[in-house]
Ligand binder design. Structure first.
Ligand SMILES: [Zn+2]
Ligand SMILES: [Zn+2]
Length: 153
């Protein structure tokens, strides 16, 4: 029967010694997936990384918090508040300066845009005038042709 590796979900190689079994959760894992070389000996109570992670997290959660450390944490929090407020004000000042720079940049952009607009206007006018000129000449030509045909007939 083929087992799937609990780490990557792939079928494990049936080769002897290519896989390890977690002594804590009885999961089968490929040695390659848990970073254990084939042939390397395991501790009799080897646990997979998933179990170790869970265990670590549990230990952290159940660590009793002494009341003395609680009060220390609280008092440092209070003194940090003033520090934080100062930082916040400093940040605000920087933001204001950034904003001013941004406005100045905006003005630059606006100037650039108005310059561009003027250029575009000029180009458009040039375009328009050349178009009317070509239209006029076309009208002229067609009028001439009309006159020619009239003369012939
Ligand atoms: Zn795997
Ligand atoms: Zn395990």
């Amino acid at each position: 029967m083929a087992f799937k590796c609990s780490a990557c979900g792939k079928y494990m190689s049936p080769q002897d010694g290519a896989n390890v079994t977690c002594t804590k959760c009885n999961k089968q894992l490929a040695r390659a997936c848990v970073g254990i070389a084939v042939g390397a000996s395991l501790m009799p109570s080897w646990a997979c990384p998933v179990y170790k992670l869970k265990e670590k997290r549990c230990n952290k959660d159940t660590t009793p918090v002494k009341p003395s450390t609680m009060t220390v944490a609280n008092s440092s929090e209070v003194s940090n508040l003033g520090e934080e407020f100062r930082c916040f004000r400093e940040e605000m000042r920087q933001t204001r300066e950034e904003f001013r720079a941004f406005i100045e940049e905006l003005w630059d952009i606006r100037n650039l845009v108005s310059k561009c607009d003027a250029m575009r206007m000029r180009n458009a006018m040039r375009c328009e005038s050349s178009r009317t000129r070509s239209k006029l000449s076309w009208n002229h030509k067609s009028n001439m042709a009309l006159k020619d045909s009239k003369l012939k007939s």
